[in-house]
Design a protein around this ligand. Structure first.
Ligand code: G6P
Length: 372
């Protein structure tokens, strides 16, 4: 009913607007005022956590993209190697896992069979298992040694939105907690990242207020045949998620690529008028990645692509090569996925609506896939 949808046309739109709360509630009660993390809820001893020498994330779909953001962040903050394995691949790839491996499963529902079986397999191999999950009392947390709940609230739309932001937030919390616990040289930095993380709900809210142009674009691009997405570093999983949303909701052929991979193949797809979304890293991203992505935009624009650029406020370098610029608030590079993905969700939602499709119940998909 309309009341259940809180005045929005669809659950998905409602859930997109609940994202500031999803992030805030996932942070709630997990830090002291100075940014020190308190995670007493984890039922794993600090000794055991200090001892882990490898992390493997297992997940499917959108949750696996949250895991890829986690890989960049956790490796950067803790220097623990992190691998991301699609849960259905993990079990059958003879995974290298032992008692010093932390296997982190990410699942909104806590019932995805592929992910559950991966967790069981990890347990058999002696790994420590931690579930990042949005559903209290579901199967995956019950089968895990520890759980870090995301507090996004119930997600009804099949395509995940607020759970994704909450999963990324929980992964940051986990990474910063591990850094704090292990006394890495990054521990001080961890407190300042936490402080910044607490500002993210307001930035997501501000961004949601700026989506008029994105909605308009979605409407006039409704008959696009294919749309490409480029990103780099933490922007890479954002590009993959942008493409997945469009496939799921609008049944449009969409692909996400690592921007550096462009010249190794995907650039052959560029022809006049081809829409390409580019997630641009902030100007202070290390290793000149900002400059490198700007030159990617220049290259595809020169070949006639319609470049739709997602860039931070104040980034003027992108302007000469952008057909459209979608602005997101400034933030430090590692936290940018919480913002950059929002316009892509809104775009997919409104493009699908413009095509007259059921965005809450896309064809052939289930909210939770409980068979292997
Ligand atoms: C299904 C849904 C996706 C979701 C994936 C993982 O395929 O359609 O939206 O990302 O399952 O679900 P989970 O509940 O494990 O996060």
């Amino acid at each position: 009913s309309a009341a259940e949808k809180g005045g929005y046309d669809t659950f998905m739109e409602k859930e997109i607007h609940e994202q500031p709360h999803a992030v805030a509630d996932t942070l709630l009660g997990r830090t002291k005022d100075d940014g020190e993390l308190v995670l007493d809820e984890l039922r794993i001893s600090e000794e055991r956590l200090r001892d882990i020498d490898r992390i493997t994330v297992v997940a499917c779909g959108t949750a696996a993209y949250a895991g890829t953001v986690a890989k960049y962040a956790i490796e950067h903050w803790t220097r623990i190697p992190v691998e991301v394995s699609l849960a259905h691949e993990f079990r059958y790839c003879d995974p290298i896992v032992d008692e010093r491996t932390l296997v982190v499963s990410i699942s909104q529902s806590g019932e995805t069979m592929d992910t559950l079986m991966a967790v069981k397999h990890a347990t058999e191999l002696g790994a420590l298992t931690l579930s990042i999950c949005n559903t209290h009392g579901s199967t995956i947390p019950r089968e895990s040694d520890a759980v870090l709940y995301t507090h996004a609230g119930p997600e009804i739309a099949v395509a995940s939105t607020k759970a994704f932001l909450a999963q990324i937030t929980a992964c940051y919390v986990l990474g910063l907690y591990l850094a704090q616990l292990r006394g890495e040289t990054y521990a001080d930095d961890a407190k300042s990242v936490m402080t910044e993380l607490r500002d993210m709900p307001d930035k997501v809210e501000e961004l949601l207020g700026r989506m008029d142009r994105v909605v308009e674009m979605a409407r006039f691009m409704a008959d696009s045949r294919a749309i490409l997405f480029l990103g780099r570093n933490v922007g890479f999983p954002v590009a993959l998620e942008g493409a997945l949303k469009l496939k799921e909701l609008a049944y449009i052929h969409a692909e996400g690529f690592a921007a550096g991979e462009l010249k190794h193949g995907p650039i052959a797809l560029i022809e006049p008028g081809q829409p390409v979304f580019v997630v641009v890293p902030g100007p202070d991203t290390p290793h000149e990645l900002h400059k490198k992505v700007v030159s990617n935009i220049q290259e595809i624009r020169a070949r006639g692509a319609r470049t739709i650029v997602i860039a931070h406020d104040g980034d003027e370098d992108v302007v000469p090569f952008a057909s459209e610029v979608i602005r997101i608030p400034q933030c430090s590079p590692m936290l940018a996925p919480l913002l950059a993905v929002v316009p892509l969700q809104v775009f997919a939602l409104h493009l699908a609506s413009a095509k007259g499709l059921d965005v809450d119940q896309p064809r052939n998909l289930a909210k939770s896939v409980t068979v292997e």
